[in-house]
Design a protein around this ligand. Sequence first.
Ligand code: NAP
Ligand code: G4F
Length: 348
Amino acid sequence: MSKKAIITGITGQDGFYLSDLLLKQNIQVIGIKRRTSLINSTARIDSLINNNNFSVVQGDLSDSFFLNNLINQNKPDYIFNLAAMSHVKTSFDIPIHTGDINAIGTIRLLDAIRTNNLSNKTRFYQASTSEMFGNNSKKKLNEQSKLEPVSPYGASKLYAYNITKIYRQSYNIFACNGILFNHESPLRGETFVTRKIVRGAVSIVKNKSSFIELGNLNSVRDWGHAKDYCEAMIKIIMYKKPDDFVISSDKVFSVREFCKKVFNYLGLEIKFVGKGLNEVAIVTKSEKYPHLINKKIIKVNKKYFRPLDLNYLRGNSAKAKKILKWKPKINIDQLVSEMINYDLDLID
Ligand code: NAP
Ligand code: G4F
């Protein structure tokens, strides 16, 4: 009989890549999708719907009764907890909901494993995050680094990370954390900075808009590709013992540098001038789009700043490399080109 996995957050970016990888390993996937007023919330996973090993049930991480029943009925081999209110800036606007879903939602799942006596059967993966680290100057962050989050999102995820470890140690549940750094793809939500920049730049070259508005351009991130990171999730949950692993590319770029990469790929050279809220990016050279030369294509808007931000996040994934034999296959330039080509096709 094939193994069975429940994935929360099936309709999200990682929900697609993880499902695709598990189905290729002949693992049955049951995804949890919350109710929405429009049917197109499944757009990312529509290509998987015809797979007999793939099914979706409606439910919510706030509903203990639903989660408990689903786990009791299916007695899954694996649970991947990917569902979250995952937008850091939004977590400042809806901190209580963020805590309910990200923190308490995690304990709802872990406690359903415990109370259904599935501790010896069901392995649990928690989608932990580099946002838990906080501002640690420019250190490369690993499993031993200090955890001092600076957002309601980071704090909620730190609770989930800790409760996952506590259930592992107290009840012998195979519960593990993947501490994943930022990972992107053509399926990334449109309001995260990489996709926002890519979509904005494509819209500019297609004459659909004239500039992009961003917040903190100085912020530095360690960006990888979601497909590589979902491969790591599977290695973590299938490892011989439950443990916690940092997953990162170990390379960093600022938001400003990411913008340059995107515009360069599209055939435009840009230069940032000015300071603070008055900083802009101007097109300095373009054979392909001469009408854009001297145009301001990036502006700063204070509404995109957070009350607190993580300024520099760089991982050290040596443990995963050594123990899991995991390493990323897709570099930032390949990621950028894949994202741009996808949006060039999507945006008319
Ligand atoms: P995402 O695209 O934002 O997907 C989040 C998923 O959670 C969506 O399917 C969403 O449903 C679902 N969800 C939200 N609230 C829910 C609720 N109350 N009940 C049930 N489902 C709910 O996030 P992602 O990028 O795939 O990330 C997956 C996980 O990894 C998240 O937990 C995120 O916090 C974590 N993480 C992500 C990164 C990254 O860089 N991508 C890095 C570290 C950790 P809707 O589609 O209906 O909104
Ligand atoms: O793309 P972001 O919104 O990602 P952020 O905040 O790093 O969070 C993502 O990665 C985490 C892992 O570290 C995940 F846990 C989390 O779920 C999510 O997937 O912002 C990246 C940086 C920030 O410093 C932000 O201030 O870009 C800066 N930024 C500058 N202008 C912007 C913008 N971010 C957004 N979303 N929109 C802007 O206009």
